[in-house]
Design a protein around this ligand. Sequence first.
Ligand code: ADP
Ligand code: MG
Ligand code: MG
Length: 933
Amino acid sequence: MAKKAKKKAAVKSAAARPAAKKTAAKRTSAKSGKSGKFVYLFGKKTDGNGTMKPLLGGKGANLAEMCRIGLPVPPGFTITTEVCTYYYDHKRSYPSPLQGQMKAGVAAIEKQTGKKFGDLKNPLLVSVRSGARDSMPGMMDTILNLGLNDQTVEALAKKTNNPRFAWDCYRRFVQMYGDVVLGVQKRPDEDHEPFETVIETLKHERYHKDFEDTKLTVEDLKELVVRFKALVKDRVGKNFPASPWDQLMGAVGAVFGSWMNDRAIVYRRKYNIPTEWGTAVNVQAMVYGNTGDQSGSGVAFTRNPANGNKEFYGEFLINAQGEDVVAGVRTPEPVADLKKHLPKAYQELERIRQTLERHFKDVQDFEFTIEDGVVYMLQTRNGKRTAMAALKFSMDMCKEKLIDWKTAVMRNPADQLEQLLAPVFDAGEVAKATAIATGLPAGPGAASGRIYLNADRAVTAADKGEKVLLVRVETSPEDLRGMIAAEGILTARGGVSSHAALVARQMGKVCVCGAAAVEVNYHARTVTVDGQKFNEGDWMSIDGTAGKVFAGQVKTAPSEIVAGLLDGDEGAKKTEKFKSFQQLMKWCDQATRMSVRTNADTPEQTQNAIAFGAVGIGLCRTEHMFFEGNRIDAMREMILAETLEARKAALAKLLPYQREDFAGIFRALKGYPATIRFLDPPLHEFLPHTPELQQDLAKKLGVTAQQIHLRVEQLHEFNPMLGFRGCRLGIGYPEISEMQARAVFEAAALVQKEGIKVKPEIMIPLVGFKRELDLQIEVVHKAAREVQAEQKVKLNYLVGTMIEIPRGALTADEIAQSAEFFSFGTNDLTQTGLGMSRDDSGSFLPAYTELEIVKNNPFATIDQTGVGQLVDIAVTKGRQTRPDIKLGICGEHGGDPSSIHFFEKVGLDYVSCSPYRVPVARLAAAQARLSSK
Ligand code: ADP
Ligand code: MG
Ligand code: MG
């Protein structure tokens, strides 16, 4: 699921642009801060709605939407994201009308609840919640029970006749506010949160043991508040704020401040969320899940987000506030069990579950609190899901007529699709292995790796190329880097809404969480399961589909989709996963305009790609045809030859091999076209570079080692990427191109006679001048004429070029006079366009991403503004000269969903990518088309 959010963000940002324009006028006013609407109410009167996520954030917009459809939402108001932008543009200050609008907002809440902020009889308490446009789980902090002080707590106790509850709220509030707003947090030399240490100390002083917080007495809680305040005073040198308004303004500032905390920055970078979006702040009347055993709090999904099953999924805690459920302090119960505890409330939740899906027409992830048997809704959003669940949701909801097939296509994140093709554990191997522990299946798939118990060490090991399994008691946002680096995540504690499960769902990581039998010893760096001890670096395997943990390395097997498509496995073809996948691909074909080809150099790769739905080869690199077996000797002979005759003689030895290779590929293509690129790399890549190997070759060819050494020196280049390569080779040695052309056409004639259609498209690489192409075309046509005459056949072929250096793109109108097609070689076009060597970029590119000089790795996702312009220019100029010119892309970017959206926009005819990326590209191409209409 890794890149899902990223994709979503990209799509959304495009979709949101016109809306942003509309609010341009407002933005100016927000800039000056003199006027404008900065506060939007929700409740009895609701100003916003679900479409206003850019302005109100995801949480605020959906709170408004839920109010509009009559769901029980505690009243409140949203401070807009524009205020966040203003805040950072104006040295962390607010637009002047904000305070007044907030006062009116609080007054509106007071009116609806009958309570008053800071009142000594019936005090109103609020929560202060962050909420960016896209949900950022765990990144921002929420403050509950705000408005309590030494006086209002007594009022609350009296009013509810429940002092324990009142003091529990106060204790929580001082703790949360102290942590989030005042920054009283664990210091680097501390093992525990300071507030938790205070609680533990008190428990041991008074009771000499550890126990659940729910068992603390009123006296205990009162004492805790006193000690918490002392801790705050000690750490920050100031008294804990008593005035509710000071508390509120401090909390609002903290939410805006948290937009720039490290966790938030790391998350935004990973998911490509622009810093400018900002966060909104929601201020909302509290409802209480901690008043006793008729109350509680939970999180739920309208369907199972791990495997997609249509079942109510989630968990809750009785007598708890919302934070407890995700914090992993107590282990929550599955939501189905609520039926036993609070049947009425369960029924109401079932009703809400239906309402949500019918209204939002997508699976919802929602948060609720039950106060004395009454259900309140606190949040809803489209649920993050694994690729597997996304596929099943889309199929089921289409059958249920909640969505149409086009929406179903859009609901499957393209860059998540590869998860479905990822290996699963081999059934036979699993039968042999014994599970040493079980936990919750939180992220499907199979993962084996060496275990590491902290994020830093996991990252270091992964950087060294190790397969890593991150094992933790539970994870927190600090572990994010480690989770990204790991193959899979195993936690001992935490339920389906724990941080680990959440992140796994989103990043598509294999995850088993809450495997209670797993004992983690951070200090000793060991994991003990059922008496068996594992050290860091030992192998373990986890099955995130079944929730099982295995010792050692368990073998994997291909996914049902791969087994069905590539191996023709009949059993696999009967699985729901396989059938759904095929249905999805069928819809993609209905929707798409661009076709998808593959980059393949062998018949086997070609067959696989066709099984995955490719309709031709977009790039057949011929280099390897010179490398394999003893061909390399003939190739070297050719390079070392001193006369044309000797070179031709060596090339003649290569011809039959190449002919055979091409014939195999043409047969595998079954009539689909193949773009064949002529020799591209510089010749020295084919020669041996160590004295020993040069000695060996000398013996073989009957020349002296000195001769070989000399030739290697001659061919040495300071900058091979820009050296004697590409069409420059064919121009320097036309006999090479002649041999390659001959091999192609002879193979074509051969296969055509077998009754198979053949459509070769010969591609001359690295062209910057029309004349370069012309010289090569002449060679190709001559070979074609000769072969056609010799074989008495008529061959259908095209000659074109790769556009991969800026001059080629800029003079595309001239080049198109000769070229019958262009294929964009975006790898080299990026290298030459940016003047950046891909192979050397590792030393500076990470810093460039960190500093936001580049948003993405330009070698993975096309740099639209720069390199994209070159593509755009070449497309326009190429079509000016030759309206029906065939246009494709064969760089690495051909398999990257966000680049594919760009290629749809500029109007290419096809994209080409590696065989296993073909399904991803088909989905992305279909989605690009659907979202461009
Ligand atoms: P996050 O974005 O991390 O999910 P939230 O703002 O949703 O943070 O708050 C976390 C939890 O706090 C919620 O799940 C909810 O249970 C609880 N909460 C927030 N606001 C209120 C409220 N007004 N009344 C009761 N509980 C609340
Ligand atoms: Mg929430
Ligand atoms: Mg190239």
